[in-house]
Ligand binder design. Structure first.
Ligand SMILES: [Zn+2]
Length: 81
């Protein structure tokens, strides 16, 4: 099993005149799936191996950002005294 120790940060668009919606991400195999709590139909998938990206129902007025923290990395943080 591959372990990722780097935090993957993704800025999807420049934030000019846009509402900011932070997204939560889950990992689905090679894909990171970003979903917005305010836009139920929005979904962005990023393949962390190939860099390919797929978007559903994106809005030009909304600045979606997403962060994905690999589980191992989060545990390291939590164990720091
Ligand atoms: Zn949104």
């Amino acid at each position: 099993m591959k372990r990722d120790r780097n935090v993957i940060k993704v800025d999807f668009k420049p934030p000019e005149n846009a509402v900011h919606h932070p997204c939560t991400a889950i990992r689905d195999g090679d894909w990171l799936v970003f979903r917005c709590s305010e836009c139920s139909s929005y979904e962005r998938r990023l393949n962390w191996r190939t860099g390919a990206m797929k978007v559903k129902n994106d809005s030009p007025d909304i600045f979606h950002t997403g962060e994905y923290f690999p589980r191992e990395y989060k545990e390291i943080f939590e164990n720091v005294n």
